[in-house]
Design a protein around this ligand. Sequence first.
Ligand code: SAM
Ligand code: DTB
Ligand code: SF4
Length: 347
Amino acid sequence: MTRINSSIGESIKSIPKGESFIDFDFLKGADLRHDWTLQEIKEILDLPLMDLLWRAQIAHRSYNPGYKVQLASLLSVKTGGCSEDCAYCPQSVHNDTEVDPIPTLQVDSVLQKARVAKDAGADRFCMGWAWREIKDGIAFDSMLEMIRGVRKLGLEACVTAGMLTDNQALRLAEAGLTAYNHNLDTSPEHYSKIISTRTYEDRLKTLQRVRTAGITVCCGGIIGMGESISDRASLLRVLATLNPHPESVPINALVAVEGTPMGDLSSIDPLEMVRMVATARIIMPKSKIRLSAGRQQLGREAQILCLQSGANSIFYGDMLLTTSNPEVEADRKLLSDAGVQVNFPLD
Ligand code: SAM
Ligand code: DTB
Ligand code: SF4
């Protein structure tokens, strides 16, 4: 039962700034579960919007007081020419897009970009490699050097580079890697319509290796790829039954890129993103829910609803990997208008 302070009948003006009617600490713990069923998650996704937003805010304010938003900057270190056949991805050799393979970035230029991201206020620096899996050798040694350099700058470091072995995961951990991003992308049921070159099970094994090595797990998915609401609930069920939950959960809306099999798909209704974020917040109350690709199609108000209902991280910087992201200045204004806390002073 919700415990409500008895001052609810008194004038709202008498409540000191920052305090509230509800004892959020008391509510903490109620929803930290790993046994969510598909039916329960479907019911949450499908709640009347006002009820969904209310439940999400209670979970969010109980576990993550203060509306602090983590800013994660993204850099593509190895772009294009990937052997996997992910139907959404502009970097796959199976897709006829305008992304041509370009030489892998060198350690110095990556660290230079990390410094720029830090100066712009980023907390985390995420580096991407368009690989099926990590291979040992010079490129892996450079990856380790990049991680050490990013950590030395005082930033969290995240890598996304496909599958890995136990030993590679341990070496990444030794280098100080904060998080490894490896998405499940969609539900187990919808998966075969999106990717054929690696299995759902492969992805779960990669996540387990990351966890065993002591690196935090960043794992989420994409909506807007022709999946049903039940598929969205099913993806969320897989994530929310991992124990522990992934520390970061990126929720992407498909960026429909010309030349991919999904290039003609139309954008989702922005409220579908709000529903996905709010549901993720309710069932994984402690995780960072990252409002990821597709923000340019969302609009300002829908993004603010996402922040209100539990998104506490965004990708920050003008580029994602190969596609664009809102301009830094526009995001500063958005965050300031939303009145959330970030790592740098807002106007
Ligand atoms: N190659 C590695 C892998 O697949 O794990 C790392 C890079 S891959 C580009 C990282 C993630 O970006 C994908 O798993 C997918 O969730 C997301 N992504 C890629 N293309 C996207 C698109 N067009 N729209 C939304 N998300 C996308
Ligand atoms: C994630 O979930 N989304 C980011 C990050 N993790 C690596 C990538 C989005 C990529 C969007 C398409 C592109 O820019 O190529
Ligand atoms: Fe390759 Fe990753 Fe793109 Fe799939 S999502 S094609 S693995 S870069």
